[in-house]
Design a protein around this ligand. Structure first.
Ligand code: ZN
Length: 488
């Protein structure tokens, strides 16, 4: 197998990767060598990768990379398996979920056929909750506590990270932490050498002042736990018709205000954003409707946002050209959730009407317009599994086959573009693109090994692919084969 493989190996490497390979015979040995596979570096392909300590030391042909193997090197024959940059998830509520004491199964994806009655009730409940929060003059991220760290809290976090690592994920972003005690616990676990997943934390707005008093701001942390910024919350959700729109909803299934719920009035948005900047926090804001997005962008612009800041907006589900252009001009990153590519088809058309739907969930248009973008799951409201998200964003067809041909099929993403949203582009959104997000020498070794190659396999089978190994910061964090085929 080895010889036939190297005969037909045609290396397509980036400049950076070639530089690392060309260094000649290494004087040191690697700790780990993965060989005889297909390594997707993020830009091209190679056959093998070597890891020493926390870093990648070589990427290239089997012959070159195996020169790094010594007596104490762990060699893994990939037998043709796929290696890519470790998955990153730019929007989760994993830590917040772990604080509820959730069991391991909570983090595994389960597919259920769509039940309109159940979904209707759940949307009504969420909408009522939004109206109550709004009536109190608050946003959903205004509350903050700092619970004492307990062994139970730490254990619950470890149960969660085990499942996250098994799904091929190296880095997760917590989108709006409301208990700073969990951050204390994560820092303790990192000090104790017990973390397997990297946690980048955005504190919820309510925790901003206390976090600043603790000496935290963007970039504070270590290789495992880091403060990324703060999350603000401008409007509701599209399903319950509480996302704030510039023009009224087309339908009215719940009898809520027809233009949605705007939590963040302009004056407060301006003040909050300016304060976050003053305290040194990167800003992201939940904005689903175009009115929520407009208020958010007004506030960002008044605070002088520039592409250097890498601020973001979460969801960006309804956005006409004027708003997208403003984001592109200021380098504001659109943080989208891959699974929404199919789950929101159930209500988005009714809520927005056919004409306005053309300005919704149009991710391919956004990529073509060179909008900075990043992908996530919104775990807590959606499944975590990045392969489920990948299949959904590539096919725009739900696992039950609806709609045939895909929902707004011209907005389907190709696999490399979708993978970049959860690897290199996610690294960029976290100021880590020179350290992580691609498989290249000198970068941290964050890797995922899949039995099947998502770049060549039938797209409608991606969600059922098998994870064989996860490596984060050079450490093998999972080597249990894991697959979650979406069957009812
Ligand atoms: Zn969320």
């Amino acid at each position: 197998m080895e010889s036939s493989v190297s005969r037909r190996s045609a290396l397509v490497l980036t400049g950076a990767a070639v530089g690392g390979v060309a260094a000649g015979r290494p004087r040191e040995h690697a700790d780990l060598v993965l060989h005889s596979g297909t390594v997707w570096t993020g830009n091209g392909t190679a056959r093998a990768v070597a890891v020493k300590g926390m870093r990648i030391v070589a990427v290239g042909s089997d012959e070159h990379v195996l020169e790094w193997a010594g007596d104490r090197t762990r060699r893994v024959d990939l037998r043709g398996a796929f290696v890519g940059p470790g998955f990153r998830d730019q929007h989760t509520h994993l830590v917040q979920t772990a604080l509820t004491g959730a069991g391991a199964e909570t983090y595994r994806p389960v597919w259920k056929p769509y039940d309109e009655g159940e979904a209707f009730e759940s949307r009504r409940r969420n909408g009522k909750r939004h109206l109550e929060i709004h009536a109190r003059g608050e946003t959903p991220v205004d509350n903050c506590t700092r619970s004492p760290v307990t062994e139970k809290m730490k254990n619950d976090l470890l149960v969660m990270q085990e499942e996250v690592a098994r799904q091929g994920i190296s880095t997760v972003v917590e989108a709006g932490l409301r208990d700073l005690g969990a951050l204390d616990a994560l820092f303790q676990l990192a000090d104790e050498g017990r973390l397997k997943v990297r946690f980048l934390v955005r504190v919820g707005w309510g925790c901003l002042e206390e976090a600043a008093r603790m000496g935290l701001r963007t970039g504070v942390g270590n290789e495992w736990v880091k403060v990324l910024g703060v999350k603000l919350y401008s409007d509701g959700w599209l399903g319950p018709r509480t996302a704030a729109l510039r023009r009224p909803y087309t339908d009215d299934p719940y009898g809520f205000p027809r233009e949605g719920v705007l939590f963040l009035e302009q004056e407060r948005a301006d003040r909050d954003v300016a304060r976050a900047r003053e305290l040194g926090f990167n800003v992201t804001t939940h904005a689903i409707g175009d009115r929520g997005l407009k208020v958010t962008l007004n506030a960002y612009e008044r605070a002088g946002v520039s592409p250097r800041d890498r601020w973001a907006v979460e969801h960006v589900q309804v956005a006409e050209d004027d708003l997208l252009e403003r984001m592109i001009r200021r380098g504001v990153i659109a943080s989208i959730q891959l699974s929404f590519a199919t789950t929101d088809q159930r209500f988005a058309g009714d809520a927005l009407g056919e004409k306005r739907l053309r300005y919704a969930y149009r991710w391919r248009d956004m990529l073509r317009a060179r909008m900075p973008m990043v992908g996530g799951s919104d775990f807590g409201n959606e499944v975590l599994d990045p392969l489920w998200g990948l299949q959904r964003v590539v096919t725009r067809t739900e696992f039950d086959g609806t709609p045939p041909g895909g929902w707004m099929p011209d907005q389907r993403l190709d696999v490399p573009a979708a993978l970049r949203l959860i690897t290199s582009k996610a690294a960029f959104a976290s100021y880590e693109e020179r350290q992580r997000g691609t498989v290249s020498p000198g970068r941290y070794a964050d890797l995922v090994v899949l039995k099947e190659n998502p770049l060549t396999m039938p797209p409608e089978r991606i969600a059922a692919a098998t994870r064989l190994m996860t490596v984060t910061n050079g450490k093998i964090t999972s080597e249990t084969p894991v697959r979650y085929p979406p069957t009812a």
